[in-house]
Write a protein that binds this ligand. Sequence first.
Ligand code: S3P
Length: 179
Amino acid sequence: MQNRRQLVNLALIGFMGTGKTTVGRLVADLLHFDFVDTDELIQQHTGRAITDIFAQDGEPAFRALEKQVGQELAGHKRLVISTGGGYPAEPGNLAGLKAHSLVVCLWAAPEKIWERVRHQSHRPLLQHPDPLARIRELLALREPFYKNADVLVNTDLRSVREVAQQIVLQFRLANRSKR
Ligand code: S3P
């Protein structure tokens, strides 16, 4: 199955606060790839902040924009693509990524995620009276999608550099096994 795939890009999926953007930028440096982030692309395309899109148009409108920017990445090469936390849970999105990317999921325990995001306010889905409970709930709903990644990396006890190096190794191995 994997043999027929073109692993020309590397995509990162995973919950908010698992380090997709920070790790993704380092992986892009190490591989000499360009880095793109679906949230940043949505903001560039619309000229609006993610929080405003959620507040004014609602989550379904955000998901449609997210799907559109994701689809526009097919056909590009040598990209590290960081996706928003909900991206792989929408129908067709994960399959679309797998057509051109090795998909790596960054995993973290709910408590670790909360520790990392608690001082940030730009995530509409965590504006909730009990954010840790919300993280647990959303993570449980999304876990089956995250576990469909090609590679799962637990970030709980690893530094950004260790996680990035692990991902680069997996990417090189995946491409080598295709030769
Ligand atoms: C979301 C995660 C966010 C952003 C939006 C929705 C989610 O991205 O796309 O707030 O549904 O988990 P990060 O995972 O980069 O924080």
